[in-house]
Each structure stands twice: as structure tokens, then as C-alpha cells.
Design a protein around this ligand. Sequence first.
Ligand code: HEC
Length: 137
Amino acid sequence: MKKITIITTISLMLTSSLVANSQNSPEELFKTKCVSCHLTFKPSILSTLVAPPIMGVMRHVKMSYPNKDKAIAFMKDYILNPSQDKSICKPQKIKRFGLMPSQKGLVTEKELDIILPWIYDNFPPKGFKGMGRVRGY
Ligand code: HEC
């Protein structure tokens, strides 16, 4: 009986730590906070896009901010306080999608500290050659 309780307790602890880890992983945070607008793939129907997919965004961020720390600092500021004069996007992209709505209150700075290095390291993926027909890329 005791043994079963111990085993149950341990497996419960393991499960909850796994759940906590996966919820705080950069990928999961990116999925909950950013993917609703920034897809991680090129959709077959481009007219349904509400924002540029993240590969293109990161390609342009890195063109303007090749230094990782500076790129992260720029994104952190932009995501909470977007404005047209700070934007590294081409003007026609803002014309098409509108300015990104401030994510203040929706994502915390702590969460951004987890998400931003991850998107910097993972996007665009190797071999990415632009969004092809998506105007502005
Ligand atoms: C409600 C939709 C929406 C959400 C949610 C959203 N974005 Fe955006 N984002 C946009 C749009 C639209 C643009 C393009 C226009 C612009 O740059 O302001 C954009 C542009 C950007 C840019 C380029 C900024 C520039 O220089 O113009 C970055 C970087 C970015 N988003 C990162 C993120 C990250 C990281 C998240 C998640 C924390 C996120 N966005 C969540 C809509 C969104």
C-alpha cells in the first residue's frame, strides 16, 4: 500500500514537472503567444495571412540587426511598443497587415526573454529563400 502511494506520488510529480516544462518551453510559449498571427510555415493560401510568417520576420530582423543581443532588444521593445518608424518591415507589409498590435499585457518580458532567443536561433530555417509570392518579402 505504502509502495503504491510512493509510486503514485513520484509519477504525479514527474508528470506535473513535465507539463510545467513543456508549457514554459520557448516553442510552447511561441505557439500560445505568437503563432496565431505569425505562422511557422508558408500556408498554401497566402491571402489568409494576418501577419508575416516568422521565417520572413526573422530574416528581416537579422538583416537590420545581425547582432543577437541587439536583435532581441529591438524585438522586445517593438512587441510591447510597436510603431511604424521603428519597424524593420518594408512599408508595403505594414500597409497590407497593419501595424502589429502591442502585446503589452498579453506577453510578459520574462516570457519574451524565453521566446526571443529561440526564434532568433531557429528562424529562418537553413535554406529559406524568402516567401516567394508573398508581397513585401
Ligand atoms: C495579433 C497578431 C500578432 C501577434 C499576436 C503577434 N504579432 Fe508580431 N506582427 C504582427 C503584424 C501584423 C506584424 C507586421 C507589421 C509590423 O511590423 O508592425 C508583426 C511584426 C512583428 C515583428 C517585426 C517588427 C517590425 O520591425 O516591423 C516581430 C519581430 C514580431 N512581430 C514578433 C512577434 C512575436 C515574438 C510575437 C509573440 C510574442 C508576436 N509578434 C505576436 C502581428 C502580430
